[in-house]
Design a protein around this ligand. Structure first.
Ligand code: UFG
Length: 331
């Protein structure tokens, strides 16, 4: 039986595909390559290029593969872009889920592990954020993913498709051998931009807002290493295979780092000055996002291996040094 990974050419998808293959799982990947890179996909996975909204294309994949479960990463995920182009998010992300669930139901595939996000919570009322807290997104990206969670809930009721929604906090790092990593065009995420400045690829970093209600005034985020995140997907699939009911889990470390603390840690790891200027707040950014992460640890048995920010940054820096221009295929 095969695990079908949608969005397996992306940052988190490619690390998960690689981990699945390391553990002897048979993997097929679907990716449109709109944001992903073919070079990121472990060559032992079978690759189908196409869009999950194209139901005929997806039917042909399900016809060719004996799919036991789906891991779904195929979505747009840039908060500021979603503020400018909300319908792009509802089309690709939300409609994409409708099409996917329809085809899964046609082929009687009953398990899906879904990349959800802390952005579904919006501006939290209390920290750390628990899975049972209200989900009130402050940007269209978070809203599109909340709608996807809702669709899965009702598809479970109607068709018995069981799901695990994994609500990621901030993901960072790369496979330690430097062979795969994070490569977005354009890059909007904090740590890769910090490392591009350290590598001399950008002149400086703008920090978006230093007047938040946080200890140093900059936003606070909770970082998880991409390999720990990949591991949680594999555990979640096992959880569904054991016959458990649908569920949602935060994936975070329960520790917050301010944007300035990330810069400081990157200065230590890289030995570079990393010049910073303060800029206005970015639309749609919640002030502080820190996960309560005990549920994933207790229920899934998730035990993250990386609990040190500098160690996480070191793996990302290693990727940057090995691939100064990212993937060159621009897939
Ligand atoms: N930031 C800067 N300067 C930059 C880039 C980012 O100051 O040049 C700041 C942002 O304003 C924010 C923090 O760095 O305060 C982190 O921003 P990212 O863009 O790296 O990540 P986000 O927190 O916006 O979003 C990420 C994922 C989402 C996910 C969210 C959940 O991209 O998919 O984490 O916490 F939903």
């Amino acid at each position: 039986m095969t695990v079908l990974v949608l969005g397996g050419a992306g940052y988190i998808g490619s690390h998960t595909v690689d981990q699945l293959i390391q553990r002897g799982t048979d993997v097929a990947v679907v990716d449109s390559l709109v944001t992903g890179h073919q070079a990121a996909i472990n060559p032992q996975a079978r690759f189908y290029q196409g869009d999950i909204r194209d139901k005929d294309f997806m039917r042909s994949v399900f016809q060719q593969e004996k799919v036991s479960g789906v891991i779904h990463f195929a979505a747009f995920s840039i908060v500021p872009e979603s503020m400018q182009a909300p319908l792009k998010y509802f089309d690709n992300n939300t409609y994409g889920m409708t099409a996917l669930l329809e085809v899964m139901n046609e082929f009687d595939v009953k398990h899906i592990v879904f990349s959800s996000t802390a952005a579904t919570y919006g501006e939290p009322k209390s920290i750390p954020i628990k899975e049972s807290d209200p989900q009130v997104p402050t940007n269209p990206y978070g809203e599109s993913k909340l709608m996807m969670e809702t669709m899965m809930k009702w598809a479970d009721r109607a068709y018995g498709i069981k799901f695990v929604a994994l609500r990621y906090f901030n993901v960072a790092g790369a496979k330690p051998d430097g062979s795969i990593g994070e490569d977005h065009h354009p890059e909007t995420h904090l740590l890769p931009i910090v490392l591009q400045v350290a590598a001399g690829k950008r002149e400086q970093l703008s920090i978006f807002g230093d007047d938040y209600d946080t200890p140093d005034g900059t936003n606070v985020r909770d970082y998880v290493h991409v390999l720990d995140l990949a591991d949680a997907h594999i555990l979640a699939l096992g959880y569904l295979e054991e016959g458990h009911d649908s569920n949602a889990f935060n994936l975070g470390s329960s520790t917050g780092f301010s944007n300035m603390e990330i810069v400081e840690a990157a200065r230590k790891v890289t030995g570079k000055a990393i010049p910073v200027t303060m800029a206005p707040r970015r639309a749609g950014d919640p002030s502080t996002l820190i996960a309560a992460s005990d549920k994933a640890r207790e229920v899934l048995g998730w035990t993250p291996q990386y609990d040190n920010m500098e160690a996480i940054i070191e793996t990302a820096w290693n990727w940057h040094l090995n691939h100064p221009n990212g993937y060159t295929d621009r897939g």
